[in-house]
Each structure stands twice: as C-alpha cells, then as structure tokens.
Design a protein around this ligand. Structure first.
Ligand code: TPU
Length: 558
C-alpha cells in the first residue's frame, strides 16, 4: 500500500491514542483532511470556527491526554492560535496542523489568497513558534516523517502544544510508513546525583518539622504526578491544601485534605494552617497575580520546598535533571512515616442551606443543586467569572473532575472545551457552568453538542453582565445585551437535533429543569439560571478587590 504524508500523520496521531481529531475545512487543508479520513481508527469532528476548534481540541486533551486540530492557512490558523496559546498556558499537548501554500509557490513571488498579500508565507510559522514548544513547516515529503515525529514527541514530552504546517500539494505525496512507538515518549534520563541530593535536602527540612502542609498546584496533572503526590501525603501524614486551579487534582475524601488555599479567600482554616506550618511542600504550583490574590499570598522562605515540574528548590539550593514524578516517588520512599496529625478543623467547605421551592433562584442555591449532581463520573467545566468561585467551593466525590482555565482565562473557552472534553470522555457526565458574558463569545459550539448527540448539561448563569469585571473595576462596558439563551437551543436543533432549552427563576424550577436535563440522553440541555446581578459569591468580591489593587499599582518613579 502506498503511504502519504497525510496518512503518516494520521497513523502517528492514532498511535498516541487519539480516537478523534477536530477540524474546520479550507482549501489549503482539504486534501489533508481526505488523507486523515482514510485512517479508520480516528473520527474527524467538525467545529463552527477555528478558535472553537482549538478550544475543542484543548478540552479533548484534558480528557484524553493529547489532541489534534486541523485548520486552513492564516484565516483559520491565526484564529486557532489564541486557543493554542491557551493550551500552552494550561500545559496541554494539542497538535495544531495547518494546511499551507503549494510548495511550488514558495520563492516565486506569487501573491496568494488567505495570506497577508505579501510573497512571504513564513510569518505563520514564526508566529506559532511563540505559542508552541515545537513548530515545523513541511514542503517536501522526504522530510515530513522527521518533522511530524519531532512535533508530536516534543508536545507529549513537554505537555505543551506544537505546530506543523503541510503544503497543500504535499499532504498526498508519497512517503515512508511509520514504525511502532511506545506510549512512553522519551522522558529525560534521570540525573541520579541531583535527584539524590534534592531528596536528602528535602528530608532535612521535613524531619525537623512537626507541622507539614502540602499545597497542590495545577501542573500536577500535566506532569502525571497525582498518584505520587497522594502517596507522599499518606506517608508524611501531612495536611493537604489545593490551589484553585488544581481543584479536583487531589482527592477531597483524603483524610489529610483541608480545602482550598487561596490567601484571604481560602476555605475556612486553610490559610491559618498554611501560615502556621513549619514546612510547606508546594507541588507543581503556578504563583501568578490571581493565585496569590494580588501578590498577597505567595509562600516563600526557608520552610518552603518548591517542587516544580522539572526543578526542586529547597534549603537555598536548586536541583534539576529529573521529573516531578520521580522526585515525589523517591521522597515518599525515604520520608518519615507519620500518622496524620489532627491539624486544625476537618471541615473545609461551608454548607449551603437549601432554599424553599418557590424562592427566587440565587447563586448559592444554584451551586448547591449543581454540587448535589456531582458523582465520581462527573466532569464539571467552569468558565472564567463567578463560575470559578462556585466550582472551587464545591465538595467533590473522589473521581469527579473539575476543569478550569485559570492561567489563560479566555472567556468563552468553556463551551468548545466542554464539547471537546465530552467527545474525549463519552463515558462521563459533563456539566458546564458558564456566565452569560462568556457564553456570548462561543455559543455556536453548542450546535456541535447537538450534532454529535452529547448530553452535556449547561448551566447558563444569566446575571445580565460581566459580574467578575464589575467586582474588579466597574464601568458601562460591563453590561451586555440580553439574549434568549434557552431559546437558542431551538435554533441549533433545527430539523433534527434533540437539545433542550429550559429556564429557571426559582429553586423549584431549577430542580425540575435538572430532572429533565438528566433524562435527556440525546443531546445537550441548557438551563438558563436567572439570578440578580448583585448576587455573586463573597469570595469573588473580596478577591476581585485585591487583584484590582495589585493591577492598578502606579508606575514606580526612580
Ligand atoms: O460570573 P460573571 O457574570 O462574571 O461571568 P460572565 O457573564 O461570563 O462575564 C465574564 C466577564 C469577563 C470579561 C469580559 N471576565 N473576564 N473578562 C475579560 C476578558 C475579555 N476577553 C477575553 C477573550 N477574555 C477575558 N477574560
């Protein structure tokens, strides 16, 4: 059988476990899409636009470990770039594949459509280099295998997105067939000297400490170190807190779990616990302006053991040359075995009182009812806005997953990402919490949930504006045009869809709507939850003020 560049790419994607790839068609990628379709191990899944295509792939990577999105040159790829940059910020290996100009056009001075109108077609590759860990341009079949392999392996190793563009006349050109690969792709060789020293210096800190607390950060999933983190906590008998972006990355039924550490907006007791600890193990954290609440909660000092994806810093020294997983494993082997000490109170999530059925729907009641739906099979996707704060205050059963995009924070991310996530883990129940402002960016991707019959339950919070922005800095730009959100489902159903659009204005109506949503297995359900504009979590307001203060510091004059 003759093999082509496109078939080679398809087989490699399939070998790394992809069952789907996401796509938007355009004349620079049509032949490539045909080649990918020839691979029967993978399904081609279509999106409404390239931004959403990138975010759908991003969501798929969250559920499935890696993903691919296929777009056309410039008009498509530059839209997708925003989502790819998000995948970079969020540590997700998404392979962006763009069709590109005919190889015969390079160097001819030809002006091509869908380009900047100059005769240089290299700008897209240059742009993509900034938002990916590897970027290649393929204009001949002979070098295609090496370039494709480099892009895929680097993305998997670094847990970052990567980019490859393939000239439109090369994707069906003949090339060699790929050989087999192992699922474990090229980890770094361990530097034993450095690892041993990092473990010894960490033990020196832990052995002299009575009150040890772990802070688990969001990169723990990207580094595949969740199990090792839990084992270390078991061995040390320490208290464990999570950072907001790491919600669900540590089991909340663990006996050491003490809730969310987020400075002044922490779970009850968690801030005191962290501040009084004599050793703090920070596992894969991201300390940015949001997570440190405007730089007011940034653990530093001699009592901090900072365990990052490729580096450990402790006792005034820094070590590298091993993975976080290897470090945690070694540390757990040698760490002192201690029973769990009764550190502070066990209660970490405040109980929300149930509202009467005829009471006007509130943010609290909505959160309470969504929390009650969560099982070990649920994936809850929560958009930027008060949905972050509602998701992070939920009590999670073991196995429940929460997806947040706190580093990139692109409003509208959640709709396509939930679609991709649902596509990549169809055995799970998917719930999406999204504000009205965010939804207006990417609402059309709900149509793909209808098309692919995915029973995602969407809680659309209609509070008539950008409430998170109102909390940070108010102005006329924070108020939006109202939509008939529930009514949109009829538009997307058209002649053959099974989506359901419902509205809830009281606690009882929401409970009824949830029952109907659970019974709808043939498509998504959107429940438009109408709440007062001023009704948001206290933490959003408190956090918003602090972050706003940090970000409005006046320029320093020397
Ligand atoms: O809960 P709530 O009402 O704040 O959520 P909603 O209605 O979704 O509003 C979100 C408001 C918001 C904006 C406008 N949050 N962040 N932004 C800034 C922003 C603008 N554009 C993009 C692509 N991402 C952003 N984060």
């Amino acid at each position: 059988m003759t093999y082509t560049v496109g078939m080679y790419l398809a087989e490699r994607l399939s070998q790394i476990g992809l069952k789907h790839h996401f796509a938007v068609a355009g004349d620079f990628n049509l032949v490539l899409l045909d080649q990918l379709l020839a691979n029967k191990e993978m399904e081609q899944v279509y999106c409404c636009n390239e931004l959403n295509c990138g975010f759908s792939a991003e969501g798929y990577a969250r559920a499935h470990g890696a993903a691919a999105a296929v777009v056309t040159f410039s008009v498509g790829a530059i839209s997708a770039m925003n989502a790819i940059a998000g995948a970079y910020a969020e540590n997700l290996p998404v392979i962006l594949i763009s069709g590109s100009p005919n190889s015969n056009d390079y160097g001819t001075g030809h002006i091509l459509h869908h380009t900047l109108g100059t005769n240089d077609y290299t700008y897209q590759l240059e742009m993509m280099r900034h938002v990916t860990c590897a970027a290649e341009s393929i204009t001949d079949a002979a070098s295609a295998p090496a370039k494709i392999d480099h892009v895929i392996r680097t993305a998997l190793r670094e847990r970052k997105p990567a980019y490859v563009e393939i000239a439109c006349n090369v994707s069906d050109a003949e090339c060699v067939r790929p050989g087999p690969v192992s699922s474990l792709l090229a980890e770094l060789r361990v530097d034993d000297v450095s690892l041993k020293a990092a473990v010894e210096d960490s033990l020196a800190l832990l052995e002299k400490s009575q009150r040890v607390t772990m802070i688990v950060g969001s990169k723990v999933r990207a580094t595949h170190a969740q199990t090792q983190t839990e084992h270390l906590a078991d061995k040390l008998g320490c208290a464990v807190t999570i950072m907001a972006a790491a919600k669900s990355f540590f089991p909340e039924d663990h006996k050491g779990f003490r809730g969310l550490y987020w400075g002044d907006v922490s779970s009850p007791g968690a801030q005191e616990l962290v501040e009084k600890s004599d050793a703090l193990i920070c596992v894969a954290p991201v300390f940015n302006d949001y997570s440190t609440v405007g730089w007011t909660a940034w653990p530093k000092g001699d009592n901090v053991l900072l365990a990052e994806p490729n580096r450990v810093t402790v006792g005034g020294k820094t070590y590298e040359g091993f993975t976080l997983r290897e470090f945690l494993e070694e540390l757990a082997k040698k760490a002192p075995s201690r029973p769990l000490t009764a550190q502070e109170s066990k209660k970490h999530t405040p109980v929300i009182e149930q509202a009467k059925a005829d009471a006007r729907l509130t943010n609290d009641e909505m959160t309470r009812q969504i929390n009650a739906m969560l099982t070990s099979d649920t994936t809850l996707v929560a958009e930027t806005g008060d949905s972050w704060f509602n998701a992070t205050r939920m009590d999670l059963p073991r196995g429940a997953r929460v997806e947040l995009e706190m580093q990139w924070g692109h409003i509208g991310w959640s709709v396509p990402s939930a679609f991709g996530n649902a596509m990549g883990s169809q055995e799970r129940q998917h719930i999406l919490m999204v504000g009205d402002g965010s939804f207006q960016l990417t609402a059309q991707e709900m149509a793909q949930m209808v098309r692919y019959k995915l029973p995602v339950i969407i809680f659309l919070v209609n509070n008539r504006g950008y409430v998170i922005e109102i909390a940070i800095h108010d102005g006329p730009y924070n108020y939006i045009k109202n939509w008939d959100y529930a009514g949109l489902m009829e538009v997307f159903n058209a002649e053959d869809g099974h989506g359901l659009g419902l509205k809830a204005t009281t606690a009882g109506e929401l409970a009824e709507a949830i029952k109907k949503a659970k019974a709808n297995h043939e498509g998504p359900t959107i429940i438009e939850c109408q709440i007062e504009r001023s009704d948001c979590t206290k933490t959003l307001v408190e956090w918003g003020k602090k972050v706003a203060a940090a970000n409005s510091r006046k320029p320093q004059v020397s």
